[in-house]
Design a protein around this ligand. Structure first.
Ligand code: AMP
Length: 196
């Protein structure tokens, strides 16, 4: 694994702990020689992550739509800033560049991005590890909901267990590095109601 895609909030969130952990995650990637691929922003946890990784001598690649660069939302000192035309192109490019995906705390942008790559893993469109950094239990409610989906048989146990989760930066990175996924077909269930 040489490049890790990190999704995170464009805000700082309500607790200082979020920025502290985003910076720790950036430094940990730099120390391990992992290049960060992310949304290219200079704000919130995204900025804290990129600043800390760069300050620790790490490489950071940003992928950002041209419109956001025009709005001065791009980080100006990245190793590389890739300009794309659309949000869809951005997500695809980030996914192509990375060997693994992680979500730090964030809002709906972060949620949408990580759930999309988890969906692609379920479909066998890639076999790259996907994880959540559950800082201070931030993702507990989402994890509860995913367990509910599994219990209600909308998500198989196999696919459910493919999501790596840890509250600890180093433990999550260790987990992602050692994970090897292979394709598990999502079963197609046929109607079992007595509607007829
Ligand atoms: P959110 O979690 O809603 O704050 O959105 C953060 C995610 O959406 C990031 O992982 C980015 O890919 C993207 N994003 C949202 N806002 C920005 C921004 N101002 N600059 C760059 N990327 C952003």
């Amino acid at each position: 694994m040489s490049r890790i895609c990190v999704y995170s909030g464009s805000s700082f969130g309500a607790s200082l702990e979020y920025a502290t952990v985003a910076a720790a995650f950036g430094r940990a990637c730099a120390r391990r020689g992992l290049t960060i691929v992310y949304g290219g922003g200079c704000v919130g946890l995204m900025g804290a992550l990129a600043d800390a990784a760069l300050a620790a001598g790490g490489e950071v690649i940003g992928v950002i739509p041209r419109t956001m660069i025009a709005e001065e939302r791009a980080h100006k000192s990245l190793t590389e800033l890739i300009a794309v035309e659309t949000m869809h192109e951005r997500k695809q490019r980030m996914a192509q560049l990375a060997d693994a995906f992680v979500a730090l705390p964030g809002g709906i942008g972060t949620l949408e991005e990580v759930i999309e790559v988890f969906t692609w893993l379920q479909l066998g469109l890639h076999f790259k590890p996907v994880g959540l950094l559950n800082v201070g239990g931030f993702y507990d409610l989402l994890l509860e909901f995913l367990a509910h989906m599994r219990d209600q048989q909308f998500l198989t146990s196999k696919h459910h267990s493919m999501l790596a989760v840890s509250t600890d930066v180093e433990a999550l990175l260790d987990q992602l590095i050692t994970t090897k996924h292979h394709h598990v077909t999502k079963p197609v269930s046929h109607a079992t109601t007595n509607a007829a």
